[in-house]
Design a binder for this molecule. Sequence first.
Ligand SMILES: NC(=O)c1ccc[n+]([C@@H]2O[C@H](COP(=O)([O-])OP(=O)(O)OC[C@H]3O[C@@H](n4cnc5c(N)ncnc54)[C@H](O)[C@@H]3O)[C@@H](O)[C@H]2O)c1
Length: 335
Amino acid sequence: MSTLYAISGVAGMTGNELVRQILEKDHGNDDHVLGFDNFFASSMETIEDCIQDKRFDFFPYDINNTMQMKCFEENVANRKDSYDEIIYINCAAVVHTEHFYHVYDTFETNVLGMNEFMQQAIRVGAQKYIHCSTSEVYSMDSWNESGGVKESDFLTMSHAEHSQRTSYAMGKLLTEFFMKDAVDAGKIKGCSIRFANVYSKNERFPKHIIPFIINSFRDNGKVVLLENSRKNRRTFLNNYDSCSAVLALAGTDSALDGTVYNVATDEEISMIDLAKLCASKMGISDPVIEFQGYRASDPERRLLSTEKIRARTQWKPVIGLDKGLDECIANYLNR
Ligand SMILES: NC(=O)c1ccc[n+]([C@@H]2O[C@H](COP(=O)([O-])OP(=O)(O)OC[C@H]3O[C@@H](n4cnc5c(N)ncnc54)[C@H](O)[C@@H]3O)[C@@H](O)[C@H]2O)c1
């Protein structure tokens, strides 16, 4: 079975690891990856280890640029007869928290771009569209005491009366409706994925909390966390596991019913304990942790049930936080 993958945002944390896993599992050398990115939050550096592989073609394209997307579509169309299956994976997005509060920063790429890319997939006759949504859609009800929030739970959204933060989540929620609509109409198979707090040892744009903590201890000998961190707890998902979930879903036709899948771990840790754990792994025995600033509408916990994906696919996370942090620290300190 040969597959042609078309991946948006391919240089990002999820995209670049997806390419690595696809090329690694493709022992028959039959698969091919076409990917693009506009380097909004990445660079060639993130894909430099894959770029020489003849099974991967990269294009410096913007998902919102009509001409560039037309070229990308033609490229897929020209190749499609050589493959048994075409799978689109949408990773392009404006992601980081600093953008969440600015609706115009996120809307075009995350909402319109997602839908345009899906319409392209339908036009070229792709069989599947896997879409990255977010666990941010759980908003203020991001946890419960019975094993975590489920995909079918009703949502209690924080909205513009409270904070602009949720504009990012609302946009992503809308894309889950686009996905479901396309599948219900029989145009394509697919699903949306709600990741929770993905991190990577290869992160080049260290805005997420784990690289931020490690780099702060390394560069300043202390870390300054938000006031929210006095209470907040999170789970963290290694990007090896987030990508293996994408491929597990892409490989399970029966799971591609247009619905949503939580992808997360259940290894919860307080932000203060996370900072202390990083410090101790870096050999700092009495770490200085300060608090400054406050983030509105930031849920105190985020705990997702992954019962659904585990029941429908073989997926389970394999990199625990302990191992993941060791890899991050080794990589960031070496850089
Ligand atoms: N990282 C997380 O914790 C997390 C959590 C939940 C959901 N997600 C979702 O997973 C997906 C992948 O996120 P990621 O963690 O890899 O983020 P990332 O920022 O590392 O990757 C996104 C990529 O999209 C690219 N991009 C942005 N705008 C673009 C545009 N207009 N055209 C082409 N490319 C563009 C960026 O340059 C970047 O390389 C996103 O949809 C994100 O919303 C991530």
